[in-house]
Design a protein around this ligand. Sequence first.
Ligand SMILES: Nc1ncnc2c1ncn2[C@@H]1O[C@H](COP(=O)(O)OP(=O)(O)OP(=O)(O)O)[C@@H](O)[C@H]1O
Ligand code: SF4
Ligand SMILES: [Mg+2]
Length: 345
Amino acid sequence: MTPQIAPDDILSVQNISKRFDVSEPFLNRLIERRPRRILTAVNDISFDVPRGKTFAVVGESGCGKSTVARLLMGLHTPSAGAIRFEGTDITHMPPGNPPELRHRMQMIFQDPYASLNPRWRVRDIIGEPLKNFGICKTRAEVTREVEKLLSQVGLNPADAKKFPHEFSGGQRQRLSIARALTTRPELLICDEPTSALDVSVQSQILNLMKDLQDEFNMSYIFISHDLAVVWYMADVLAVMYLGKIVEVGPKEQIFENPQHPYTRLLMETVPKLTVGGTERTPVAGEVPNPISPPPGCSFHPRCPLANDTCRSVAPALHLRAGGQKSACHAADEGRLPTWLRLAAE
Ligand SMILES: Nc1ncnc2c1ncn2[C@@H]1O[C@H](COP(=O)(O)OP(=O)(O)OP(=O)(O)O)[C@@H](O)[C@H]1O
Ligand code: SF4
Ligand SMILES: [Mg+2]
């Protein structure tokens, strides 16, 4: 029987994994008698995205955030699991196919310059999907719609004749947003959309994204490594560590009373929760190699609360009193300290 998606969720992800084969070429392996090397970038994760809300994903570099985004957009094929959009199984649908469904999901990338064709004028960059997807029939309609979209993202309609290099970083990200809006998507996947921007420009883009979300009732998946940005944008928050979701739930509950040591340590690294306004110190210790993750809880080599169970048994996500879920034996056993500070003094 096909699992149903709750009516108030736009997207449902079930037990999705992505393994990359990063082995050396066959002959090298044969001569040097080396085994295959498999990197697990996303490891059996499940989540639901509520309609009209922002589902944020936070975690250190390499934890699998972009891989999740690419899986959802059909840019990677999952090794296991299922993705449903509005109840339709899109797990193995290639990007852009079928167009009517893929229209409804769009993605914004971190680097606006790399995602805009430098040889095209803005009117073509934004006009192309309008023509290709049959949203506008005539040239006059395309021009009108391009100008409307430019105004909606705070640019001048006259900018349609410019090339991407004639814009600042923030303006280019506005262009990327305008292009993503061409198909009137219901779900926007934003992979670190402001991390390449200055602090003040970052706030403007985040405000624009919030306004557009309200205006068009869009749902967002918002990926960031910056907790201050996540605090500003998220309704629901997922914390990822080494390919797994280790804590997920309503943003306020997670920020007020995190139920996973990794979330707590992440929060300690943000002295002040203002967007882009602080220096971050990374969580102490090395992120393990995803090709050979530690046994048990993969956070145990960095966790001040690790015990023998943690070193041998992987914890499962369990519901906590605050309403979020976390995967931690210490939380299961009631030995998470009530105080926030965890790091060894
Ligand atoms: N196409 C690929 N082939 C092999 N390994 C990959 C591929 N794409 C990603 N990886 C690996 O998967 C892991 C997760 O990468 P991913 O880009 O999803 O991380 P991320 O959380 O987005 O990091 P960042 O914050 O630096 O963008 C990393 O170890 C990365 O090296
Ligand atoms: S399961 Fe153990 S090692 Fe993992 S986060 Fe919880 S206390 Fe730390
Ligand atoms: Mg990334």
